[in-house]
Design a protein around this ligand. Structure first.
Ligand SMILES: [Zn+2]
Length: 201
């Protein structure tokens, strides 16, 4: 199975200073849902792995979290995409669990559940902790420059804290552009469209 493990906050939805505590507060990063749909159409399964310490701290409950994810699934379905599952760590930082990223426990559970070898997993997100968790597991790791990494420039120096070998992409859409041409039989729509006004090569 071809499996991409995405982060949520900052990757699928913009990240502010506060936790998202209700479905009303959830909006998608522009282009992110369409990028997931393109992955799906090329045969990739997508799972989300997210730290949600607001649960452990009592800022919201599982009912609210499910409502947030129901909204995410609905908006994604409207553009023809699907997230197979959302795995979350509900623990606060001081609870010393093994699933809170950058610990690899949550991603390990996902790899085991879906029967995907660790080195075949694509772990993609905008937070250092997500990428570090992927690297600790031996997965292929990708940073997207949204959310906390909005200041990172693809092709520039790799920011301190990111594991060596992290591939950097401007957006989730750019990650998908670079992934899909590598896949034999990928549909022609996987190729990025030339930008308007750009000269022919
Ligand atoms: Zn945990």
């Amino acid at each position: 199975m071809k499996l991409v493990i995405l982060d949520r906050d900052g990757t699928l939805n913009p990240m502010g200073d506060d936790y998202i505590t209700s479905a009303d507060e959830w909006t998608a990063v522009p282009g992110a849902l369409e990028a997931i749909a393109r992955l799906n159409h090329a045969g990739w399964h997508v799972v989300v792995a997210t730290n949600q310490p607001g649960l452990g701290r009592g800022l919201f409950d599982v009912v609210a979290l499910n409502a947030i994810h129901a909204k995410m699934h609905r908006q994604l379905a409207a553009v023809g995409g699907r997230i197979d599952a959302v795995f979350y760590c509900p623990h606060a930082a001081d609870e010393d669990c093994t699933c809170r990223k950058p610990a690899p426990g949550l991603l390990e559970q996902i790899g085991d559940r879906y029967g995907v070898e660790r080195h075949d997993l694509r772990v993609v997100g905008s937070c250092e902790a997500h990428v570090q968790a992927g690297a600790a597991l031996g997965a292929q790791v990708h940073l997207v420059c949204t959310g906390r990494s909005a200041q990172v420039v693809p092709g520039g120096p790799l920011p301190a804290g990111l594991p060596p070998g992290t591939l950097v992409h401007a957006s989730l859409g750019d990650f998908v552009d670079q992934l899909l041409p590598l896949v034999p039989g990928a549909p022609a729509t996987a190729a990025p469209l030339p930008a308007a006004g750009q000269g022919a090569h």
